[in-house]
Design a protein around this ligand. Structure first.
Ligand code: PMT
Length: 218
C-alpha cells in the first residue's frame, strides 16, 4: 500500500478526447484513448484522494472509487470542469481537448454534395487556462503538453501563458508512446524546476507524477 500523500485532497482529472459534432451522426476527434488520465485517477485514489474523472464515454472502466462525469464536446467538458474545479484542491487537464469546433452543427445529417467540402471551425475555450485563471477557489492547476517538436520550449510556454502551476510534457511523435499507447515518458515543469520521468507503463508513471505533485504541495 502507498503512503496516503493525497489524503483529504479532492482531485479532478479530465481525460480522453473530445468530440466536436458536425451533424447528428458525425464528429471530429483525435486519438486520445483516455489511458493516461484514467491512470492518473487510479494513482490519485491509491494516494488517498477523492477523485472525479471527467471524460468522453471512452470504453475504459472507471477506477473503483472515482466519480465519473461523462461529457462530449469541449464546451461540455468546460462546463463540467469549471463546476468541479472550484470544489477541488488539484485539477489535472489530461484531456486532448479540440482547439476548434465546427462553426455550425447541422441539425440534419449532411447530404453528399460536390467533390469538395469546406468546414469552417471556430476556436474552443481553453479549459485549463480558465481553471488556472480562477480568482476564487482556484485549485493547484496541472496541464499536459502534447508536442511533436521543441517539446521543452513549447511546454514552458504553455505553463507560463496558461498560468499553470505545473505541466507534464510528452513528445507524442515517439513511436509507442503518448496517444493510445500503454507507455509514456514525461518531463514535468514548474516555474523553477523540471524533472524527467523516463519511459514506463502509464500506471506506474501516473503514480510517480502524483507523488512528485504531492511533495510539491506539502
Ligand atoms: O489518452 P491517451 O491515449 O492515454 O494519451 C495521453 C495524451 C497524449 C493525450 C496525454 O498525455 C496528453 O498529452 N494530454 C494533453 C493533450 C493536449 O491536448 O495537449 P495540448 O498541448 O494541445 O494542450 C495543452 C493543455 O491545454 C492540456 O492540458 C489540455 O488539456 C489543455 N487544453 C487544450 C485546449 C483547450 N481548448 N482546452 C484545454 O484545456
Amino acid at each position: 500500500p502507498e503512503v496516503p500523500l493525497l489524503a483529504g485532497k479532492t482531485v479532478t482529472i479530465t481525460a480522453g478526447p473530445t468530440r466536436e459534432a458536425l451533424d447528428p451522426v458525425r464528429f471530429i476527434s483525435n486519438h486520445s484513448s483516455g489511458k493516461m488520465g484514467f491512470a492518473l485517477a487510479e494513482a490519485a485514489l491509491k494516494l488517498g484522494a477523492k477523485v472525479t474523472l471527467i471524460a468522453e464515454p471512452v470504453s475504459l472502466s472507471t477506477p473503483q472509487g472515482a466519480t465519473r462525469i461523462n461529457v462530449d464536446s469541449a464546451l461540455d467538458m468546460r462546463a463540467a470542469a469549471l463546476e468541479q474545479a472550484v470544489q477541488s484542491d488539484i485539477f489535472i487537464g489530461c484531456a486532448a481537448v479540440a482547439d476548434y469546433r465546427p462553426a455550425v452543427v447541422a441539425e440534419q445529417k449532411m447530404k453528399k454534395q460536390g467533390d469538395e467540402l469546406t468546414i469552417t471551425m471556430v476556436k474552443n475555450p481553453d479549459i485549463i487556462a480558465e481553471v488556472a485563471h480562477l480568482t476564487e477557489n482556484r485549485p493547484y492547476t496541472v496541464g499536459f503538453a502534447a508536442e511533436t517538436q521543441d517539446v521543452a520550449n513549447y511546454a514552458k510556454g504553455k505553463l507560463k501563458n496558461k498560468k499553470l502551476d505545473m505541466i507534464c510534457a510528452n513528445d507524442v511523435s515517439r513511436e509507442g508512446l503518448g496517444f493510445n499507447a500503454d507507455s509514456n515518458a514525461l518531463t514535468l515543469f514548474w516555474q523553477d524546476e523540471s524533472v524527467e520521468l523516463p519511459q514506463s507503463d502509464k500506471k506506474e508513471l501516473a503514480l510517480t507524477v502524483l507523488k512528485r505533485l504531492a511533495t510539491k504541495l506539502s
